[in-house]
Design a protein around this ligand. Structure first.
Ligand SMILES: Cc1cc2nc3c(=O)[nH]c(=O)nc-3n(C[C@H](O)[C@H](O)[C@H](O)COP(=O)(O)OP(=O)(O)OC[C@H]3O[C@@H](n4cnc5c(N)ncnc54)[C@H](O)[C@@H]3O)c2cc1C
Length: 452
């Protein structure tokens, strides 16, 4: 039997990576520090815990993240399969019941042959073939070891998480269920605000006390996940054109709000609701006071309030190659958010790709890089070909893909991207002698070796 690969971190990337390796006949030891040692954001000891939103973004096959899901499914992704098994209604997005999702991934991996799970903190970089997937909240000791290997260099920025409210504590006479533009049924609970209500809310957000940042931490927020107070400070209408935009939403009485807060179900029980886009670093007492100004929220009970968090990632254009190997130590690969991809799905996708490459290498003959024209390849392209100077994390989007041979209207462009990606992925898989077979949920018992 070949030497096991050490996968460090049982989050989205590490779980997908371990699963892919094991089902391709490569033995794995997956090391996760929780529950002995937790991070500032995780709450449980489960693998693949989602720390903030419960959404894996759009499931539209023509959307870049919908395309990425389909590519992952073609390789039998555990994360996408578990997400589908624990899905909750969310319009065109794939959102999950987080408890079920994490329990599913944990149980599946525990039952996977060739995969050992060890619960301990890894403090030093592991020897031999290894994949580091310790995420944005990598423990300090391991981060220090990595920093040392990379020559004392360490990148980070700050992100903030959205509050969750108990749906039963809201005054539903002021709210209505609907999806934007009617896409996806009644999946969101909407709170319309009149102009005066919006202006008072905006003022309260601007004036609320926030947790202080150190000087060197200024301007480090990721543009796609800005806290509401940052947005509010940019101008009186910024929230109304951002997370509180009213377009495409009409109340049952035919009225349209001046602004709208959208809430999305957190669990199949429908009782917990996530305030979409309401990430915040306001002090907790302030959050309760300010959010209490939203119509229907006077008696709101919050299951979780917004938070600020660190996000650790390396300068991938400088340190990684196309196969997720560290240039200075090729036996060590990185996957997940620590590479500078952003998001649950993207993290899992890099776990999948790094495992594919490692499994192909173990088979002998090396691997060819995934085509840049596929969603999986485009993510790696972002990590490797972005300039070193201003490297920033990114979600998957068509802007990361190589241009199409000719200009097309937007809708046709997405179609053309998806078709080109599908054809190129199939051809790549054939050249690697890999079967594109989605894993059935019940495949756990027979995961043995799918070596080709
Ligand atoms: C507070 C917060 C909010 C976020 N909100 C969102 C969101 O709403 N939507 C979204 O798509 N993304 C969000 N992200 C980003 C999110 O973290 C990633 O999308 C995704 O979880 C990253 O996957 P990962 O596998 O790289 O890391 P993680 O899922 O964080 O997994 C890393 C794992 O490694 C473990 N670990 C760390 N150090 C060690 C060690 N030394 N030894 C052993 N185990 C270790 C951790 O316990 C963890 O289980 C958020 C991140 C944070 C921190």
């Amino acid at each position: 039997m070949s030497e096991p690969v050490t996968v460090v971190g049982g989050g989205l990337a590490g779980c997908e990576c371990a699963w892919q390796l094991a089902r391709r006949g490569v033995p794995v030891v997956l090391r996760e520090m929780r529950p002995q040692r937790s991070t500032p954001a995780h709450k449980t000891g489960r693998l693949a815990e989602l720390v903030c939103s419960n959404s894996l973004r759009s499931d539209d096959p023509l959307h870049a993240s919908g395309l990425l899901k389909r590519e992952m499914e073609a390789f039998g992704s555990l994360i996408v399969a578990a997400a589908r098994r624990s899905a909750v209604p969310a319009g065109s997005a794939l959102a999950v019941d987080r408890e079920r999702f994490a329990a599913d991934v944990t149980a599946t991996l525990e039952a996977t042959p060739g995969l050992e799970i060890r619960r301990d903190e890894v403090r030093d970089l592991p020897a031999g073939d290894a994949v580091l997937a310790t995420g944005p909240l990598t423990s300090e000791a391991l981060a220090a070891s990595l920093e040392e290997l990379l020559g004392g260099e360490h990148l980070y920025f700050y992100d903030a998480i959205a509050p969750i409210v108990d749906g039963d504590s809201l005054d539903h006479s002021l709210l209505y269920w609907a999806s934007r533009y009617g896409k996806g049924g009644d999946d969101y609970l909407n709170v319309p605000l009149e102009r005066e209500e919006y202006l008072a809310f905006h003022q309260a957000v601007v004036e609320a006390e926030v947790l202080p940042l150190h000087d060197f931490e200024q301007n480090l927020f990721f543009e796609g996940c800005l806290p509401i107070e940052e947005l509010a400070r940019r101008g009186v209408d910024t929230l109304r054109f951002g997370p509180m935009k009213p377009v495409g939403l009409t109340a049952p009485d035919g009225s349209r709000g001046y602004a709208v807060v959208q809430l999305r179900r957190e669990s199949l029980a429908h009782d917990q609701l996530n305030l979409v886009g309401f990430q915040s670093r306001m002090k907790w007492g302030e959050q309760k006071r300010v959010l209490g100004l939203i119509p229907g929220f006077a008696g709101a009970r919050f299951v979780r309030l917004g938070q600020i968090h660190r996000n650790t990632f390396i300068n991938s254009p400088r340190h990684l190659d196309r196969f997720y190997r560290l240039k200075s130590r090729p036996q060590l690969r990185l996957a997940g958010q620590i590479t500078g991809v952003e998001g649950y799905l993207e993290s899992a996708a890099t776990g999948l790709a790094s495992a594919l490459y490692l499994a192909l290498e173990r088979r002998g003959g090396g691997a060819e890089a995934l085509p840049d024209t596929t969603a999986l390849g485009a993510l790696a392209r972002h990590l490797i070909d972005s300039g070193e100077e201003n490297f920033q994390p990114a979600n998957v989007n068509y802007g990361l893909f190589p241009e199409l041979p000719r200009r097309l209207p937007r809708k046709q462009r997405r179609q053309a991207h998806a078709e080109r990606a599908g054809a190129d992925l199939a051809a790549w898989a054939e050249r690697q002698d890999l079967k594109l077979v989605p894993a059935a949920p019940e495949a756990v018992a027979s995961v043995a070796a799918e070596s080709r």
